[in-house]
Design a protein around this ligand. Structure first.
Ligand code: SF4
Length: 477
């Protein structure tokens, strides 16, 4: 029987609850959002005791359904002030589902300044002191936990940005190789986790695909059919498995909707230098991986492993990250993009928000456009908690207000992702109408606007955009 784990961080207590009927057929973003809508007072302080952090596997996670292992994280957002859902790949979700855990609800707030961690195993749940993990980057926390509790455990964690309650802080977990880089990045949910005094959640479960299904034979047949549908599709079966999500760089550039120089232009002359094709070439030449599955059972393998010149590995570089540190900052160097990505992963920042914030700082003249070294230096300030570091981790809207920059690419306080809403108007409708703020995943109109998937709607005209965005938002939810 699946259950909900409720953790009270004020009392430091853990309870197991039966799943209420109203939640039985929900999972992932539907479940985390319903719990937040039902339990969190809308007027509460996002970093106060009345907000809750909810973590949940998807409805099919932990089964043999292909590519079904995303992890949903929800809460009231310190960035937008509204309800927020962010989700990530990685191996944690499958482990939670195989332990029969429908959701984890973290509530309350500790009265001391000490950090704790949760340890979840088939035998139960413990709250443990985590003072020795505090202040550490996510890569170190993950490798320490995997040394301490076994190299098969999954680790959800926040970096120093989340501990310092920065509004751009995300929640990460590790992939199959132990890389702590799979982010539920958006909306500052890392700061919510930090406000609960929770540094990490270690999940130990030896099973991956054994979550119970009512009719195993029919389920297996359906999963096989679904995998074939994915693999027969040109995007899921060819584009993503060859070049990952960054296959989009050249396509979006060609469409003229690649935000460049803090959303001033729609094309970048060095887009090819930071594209998926270039990434695959460099990663392969350096002994990395052009494609990679972030968890077992993925047939699309949209992830990658990029060896950096300093010997470290950045895995993965997603399209949105390559865009926000590349064209958005006028940086045409994949090694710089990888370095910025790695710093964000380690300190615990949403890359999209960090890239939009750096764009605003460049607009303000704090950093020159195209200056990779200065961008790296600004991001390195985040872990130190210096004034520049706090501005850089504070989001594009906050940086714009501080520096008097009105060209702040954000909706409802959240930085706009890698599709210009003026030339991909369906996405513009999504950014404007979803409660999530500028979130391309809430209703991805790039499908019919640019990719001609599920129909064709002219991206530059108003006609058809409302229906397209609304239908996609309903389908996604
Ligand atoms: S590798 Fe990509 S497609 Fe596969 S599960 Fe991870 S995020 Fe999804």
């Amino acid at each position: 029987m699946s259950k909900i784990i409720r953790v009270n961080m004020t009392q430091k207590e853990v309870k197991f609850e039966e799943v209420a009927d109203k939640y039985a057929s929900l999972g992932g973003r539907a479940l985390t959002s319903q719990i937040i809508a039902g339990e969190v007072p809308p007027t509460c302080d996002a970093l106060g005791p009345f907000n809750k952090l909810v973590i949940a596997p998807g409805l099919l996670t932990g089964t043999s359904a292909p590519s079904s292992g995303r992890l949903s994280v929800g809460g009231k957002s310190p960035l937008t002030g509204g309800i927020k859902e962010a989700n990530a790949g990685g191996i944690t979700s499958q482990k939670l589902a195989n332990l029969g855990i429908k959701a984890i609800i973290i509530e309350g707030k500790p009265t001391d300044q000490e950090f704790s961690m949760l340890k979840i195993t088939p035998d139960g749940v413990e709250i443990l002191p985590a003072g020795d993990l505090a202040g550490k980057g996510t890569y170190e926390v993950t490798s320490l936990c995997r040394r301490r509790y076994g190299d098969k455990v999954a680790v959800i964690t926040i970096g120093p940005a989340g501990e310092m309650l920065m509004p751009s802080a995300g929640v990460t977990n590790n992939d199959s190789d132990g890389n702590s880089s799979r982010y539920a990045g958006r909306g500052g949910l890392g700061a919510v986790m930090g406000s609960k005094g929770l540094k990490a959640i270690v999940v130990d479960c030896p099973k991956t695909f054994d979550a119970p299904v009512a009719d195993p034979e029919r389920f297996k047949a359906a999963a096989k059919k679904f995998a074939k549908i994915l693999l027969d599709h040109p995007v899921c079966g060819q584009g993503l498995p060859s070049y990952g999500t960054n296959v989009l760089m050249n396509i979006i550039n060609e469409a003229g909707t690649l935000p460049t120089r803090n959303f001033r232009f729609g094309r970048f002359d060095k887009a090819a230098e930071v594209s998926g094709e270039k990434l695959a070439e460099v990663a392969t030449a350096r002994g990395g991986k052009a494609t990679h599955a972030c968890h077992p059972g993925c047939v699309m393998r949209c992830s990658n492993v990029y060896p950096m010149p300093d010997g470290k590995v950045c895995a993965p570089i997603e399209y949105e990250t390559a865009w926000c540190f590349g064209p958005n900052l006028e940086i045409g160097d994949l090694d710089v993009v990888a370095k910025l990505n790695y710093i964000c992963n380690d300190v615990g920042l949403d890359t999209i928000e960090a890239g939009c914030t750096l764009g605003v700082l460049m607009e303000a003249g704090v950093i020159p456009f195209g200056d990779g070294r200065a961008a790296i230096a600004a991001l390195e300030e985040v872990a130190k908690g210096t004034p520049l570091g706090r501005v850089t981790g504070g989001g594009a809207t906050g940086a714009g207000k501080l520096y008097g920059v009105t060209r702040g690419p954000a909706v409802k306080g959240q930085g706009i992702p890698a599709y210009d809403p003026r030339s991909c108007k369906g996405n513009g409708v999504t950014y404007a109408t979803t409660p999530m703020g500028a979130d391309h995943t809430a209703g991805y109109a790039v499908t019919a606007n640019i990719l001609n998937v599920g129909g064709t709607v002219d991206p530059t005209k108003k006609e058809g955009q409302v229906e397209l965005s609304r239908n996609l938002q309903v389908a996604t939810a």
